[in-house]
Design a protein around this ligand. Sequence first.
Ligand code: CAA
Length: 254
Amino acid sequence: MIGVDRDAAVAVLTVDRQEALNALDVATLTELRDRLHDVAADEEVRAVILTGAGEKAFVAGADIKYMSGLGVERAKAWGALGHEAGRLLETMPKPTIAAVNGFALGGGCELALACDIRYAASGAKLGQPEVNLGIIPGWGGTQRLARVCGLGVAKELIFTGRIVGAEEALRIGLVNAVHDPVLDKARETASLLASKSPISLRIMKELANRALGGDHATNLEAEGESFGELFSSDDAKEGLTAFVEKREAVFRGR
Ligand code: CAA
């Protein structure tokens, strides 16, 4: 099941299938996809954290027992469902943070990679071991690991299936910080982000997602356009005026 915990403007989604180290079967991944849709559409939620229940695992991957019985068409549908969850994390109009509290392997690492920010507990272990099962990362790992860590690091990790600890993950840029308890760090950042202008965050996320793809000049033009348009928002007026008046800005998302 997927736990949903709302604390003011921060939503924490917790994958809870501890008997299988939070590995995702069809029911759990479908529920995760549905809860991601909910928080994406809820304007009162300003930041989203994804984590795993218990201390052992974030998500130990796609359910291998389920996959062992799949043919081509059902495997494609399974890949598509994982992609759908990943795209929601990557493109929903608010920041998403992975709090990696143990094993984040295969599809688990891929969901973390789809988040905007990743934090790891010191005992976390991350990797893409699909090669050892005779398959490939199928929920975005062949693309997003390279975007996060660079192509050379990504190829070594997906070709060998090598699992990295938290300190190495930090060194190669796979996670942004290592902290115990990791959920505290994720909540601290999420609360900070919830106090910023949701309009700025939405537009920055949209533009930053274009940074590694498409035409650079076109992307810069889009940035220029959005920069100008933002000056019609109450949040921009409030932020700029608050600085001049030497007070804290209060952003309302308008
Ligand atoms: N799928 C299904 N069940 C899983 C699982 C998975 N991905 N990972 C762990 N489990 C289950 C185990 O089968 C075990 O259940 P039983 O007691 O019923 O046998 C239970 O969780 C506890 O696991 P272990 O006894 O193996 O625990 P451990 O501490 O000895 O080892 C581990 C932990 C190293 C993470 C090991 O469980 C493991 O290697 N898991 C598989 C990791 C993996 O390969 N993930 C990638 C999956 S492929 C994928 O995700 C494809 C994709 O890109 C979408």
